[in-house]
Every structure is written in structure tokens, then in C-alpha cells.
Design a protein around this ligand. Sequence first.
Ligand SMILES: [Zn+2]
Length: 141
Amino acid sequence: MAIPAWLQAHLENIGQANPDGVSRAARATRCRQCRAHILTALDGDVAAMPTRVTNQEIDEMGEFLAISLGIPTYTLRRAGHATKGAVWHIDGRNQSEIKGPRRYAVMAQHQCGVHLPPAVRPVLPDAAPTRAPADPMTPPF
Ligand SMILES: [Zn+2]
């Protein structure tokens, strides 16, 4: 079902739709207000809303800051069939997904002028402890 022409024109005017139509597949574009690089797509398969996310992955601290500022967060996951060409979907995150382990990259909704800290990945793998961890009940002397 196609969306009405007036709604398509409105979504394009506010920068929430691709000029060739709203799509479930994420698409790289630029914010019309601040010219930042963003991704835009529908945020679900049913009753979806067009959304715009930053092109920068955020870690748990970034997501905490985003939620504290009232900015929704989304996952970016690969979808589609590998031989037919993969697409990327943007899905909203609910409470259980936010507190659970991460399976996909997490991005925040784009807000002009808001810059969240990017995800920090460790450069070196975790080193194995060289000896057994100290008993917290035993003083180190
Ligand atoms: Zn912007």
C-alpha cells in the first residue's frame, strides 16, 4: 500500500523520507538542517515510523546518555538474503533489549547539534589474569 502523496511530500520536507519513497531498508543521506551524515528508514515492519539515526555507533555509556536526554536508540542489523543483496534495517530498542546483551550495532536518533560519545572498543584483547584473583575478604598484607 502506497502512502498518500501529501504525506510523502511532508515527510520529505521534514527530512524523514527518501525522495523516492519511505523504505524499510536503511539509506545513507544527510540531515537537511545540519548536513550531518545520517541513516534513515522505517523503524519496523508494522506501524513503523520514519526515523533518522546518526551514522555513529554508541556504546552502553552513549546509550545511557541518549536515554537520559530523551533520545530513542535503535539497532542497525543486516537483513535480506545474502545472494539477493543484503539491506540494513533500523529497529527501535525496547527496555529488555536495552538491558540485555547487544547483538547489533546501536545508534541514537539523530538530533541536530547533539553529539554523543562514540563506541569505544578495546584495542587489545582482555589479558588473562596471571594469578588467581585475590580473595576480597583477605587483606593484601
Ligand atoms: Zn541534523
